[in-house]
Design a protein around this ligand. Sequence first.
Ligand code: ATP
Ligand code: MG
Length: 223
Amino acid sequence: TGALDPLGGEGPLLLMGGTFDPVHYGHLRPAEEVRQRVGAERVVLVPSGEPPHRAAPKTPAAHRLAMTRAAVAGFPTLGVLDWEVQAAGPSYTVRTLEWLRERLGRRPILIIIGSDAFTQLNHWHQWERMLDLTHIAAVRRPGTSLEALEPELARALEGRWTESPAVFHEQPAGAVMAFDVTRLDISATAIREMVGAGASPRFLLPHQVEEYLSAHGLYRQEP
Ligand code: ATP
Ligand code: MG
């Protein structure tokens, strides 16, 4: 069967952006827990093309996209949007949200962001515009705090915080909610280092992803 239309379905569109270099259970499980609590049909993973906020990924976007597709295969509650990989130019989240907003009208959009990235939100391109284009689900990531916000970010979020996911069904954008999810101390950086050192990343990520990176020799240290 063909891949599901990532923008299909009803209710809030849940997104999780990332470099996914590689995708791992620290992405998938928190995303699934937010999905269940919000009562949404699906979470769509959005691998970045050229991420503007960090050093260029060592891994070509085509590999990161293929691993993300492998991770979601067979799970109807997960999808992949390849728009950022296909689009030319830098992967600004605000640009993706503008593109989605044009297609979705007033359908709610909710972006899931780990606490390490969330606390840096005020350094993202056109971050204040973003707050009007999407809701935000901030998930706690081990070793980082959701509370340590710079004053300008704390101020911009004032009045947007909600304790109930109902608003994600009722309004198109603008609310923020913190989610306590199972804290999985997994990072793609640690996985790359592990594989580089010749160790197996087994059980930190889906089996199909492990097979893919192994088959393509990804993250292996050059001798
Ligand atoms: P890297 O180490 O290369 O930065 P990463 O593991 O942080 O990789 P990213 O692709 O940078 O993964 O993260 C994509 C999104 O997923 C970000 O919002 C990030 O905060 C979130 N995320 C990543 N790992 C976790 C985790 N273990 N728990 C909760 N959120 C996570
Ligand atoms: Mg990261």
